[in-house]
Design a protein around this ligand. Sequence first.
Ligand SMILES: NC(=O)NCCC[C@H](N)C(=O)O
Length: 253
Amino acid sequence: MPTALIRRPSSRLAEGLVTHIERRPVDLGLAFEQWQRYVDALHDTGWRTVEVPAIDECPDSVFIEDTMVVYGDLAMIARAGADERRAEAEAAEATVLEQGYRIARINEPGTLDGGDVLKIGSTIYVGQGGRTNAAGIQQLRDAFAPLGAEVRAVPVQKVLHLKSAVTALPDGTVVGYEPLVDDPAAFDAFRAVPEEAGAHVVLLDDDRLLMAASAPKSAQLFEGLGYRPVVVDISEFEKLEGCVTCLSVRLRR
Ligand SMILES: NC(=O)NCCC[C@H](N)C(=O)O
């Protein structure tokens, strides 16, 4: 059974960082409900979840995906591009170690957020932009090249993270909302979707895609391609530039 790491939202969630969009008030009660439904959707589709202990003093800690990049048997612990988020990594490292992964770490001066990393087979795209720098990319390449991965840097300027702009379907096609993709030609196969949140899919299995309720037209598009969207409302996390990918770390080994 595949495992996903998750982290309960902080009671200070509403103070989370906002960079590219205007701040809107977050309904904390609704956020907790939406988080629970997100976790339920994972369970309903055959995933086991493991909770990283919550860290109340970090408002953005629910966005657990940013704390690491896992490839093969190696978990590369990130060094957050935003100082406010550095403390999130420690407990996440301990939890992934308990799951049997080897550990490596991004070290100073490198910075990297897990949300900037998109894996498609043995190709690992890394967004270089606001949160991830060249030293971080170099360290990621050094760590994963021995495992057979090719790390390719791509620009990210228009959104927070690479995976805010693009993710990939099970067949490897990269999907993105074109106005927010810096360089669609950087990817071997690119398909445009009609909504910003339509660019965010979590691969639940070979044909089911976890998606946000804010992208109904994109869900229809994917249905037309033979996939089955599983839809969750994550409006309160979207107000903080979060998406379906960043609320879990999928351990697929
Ligand atoms: N991987 C992701 O898309 N993470 C979202 C992080 C949102 C959080 N408010 C941040 O600015 O770091």
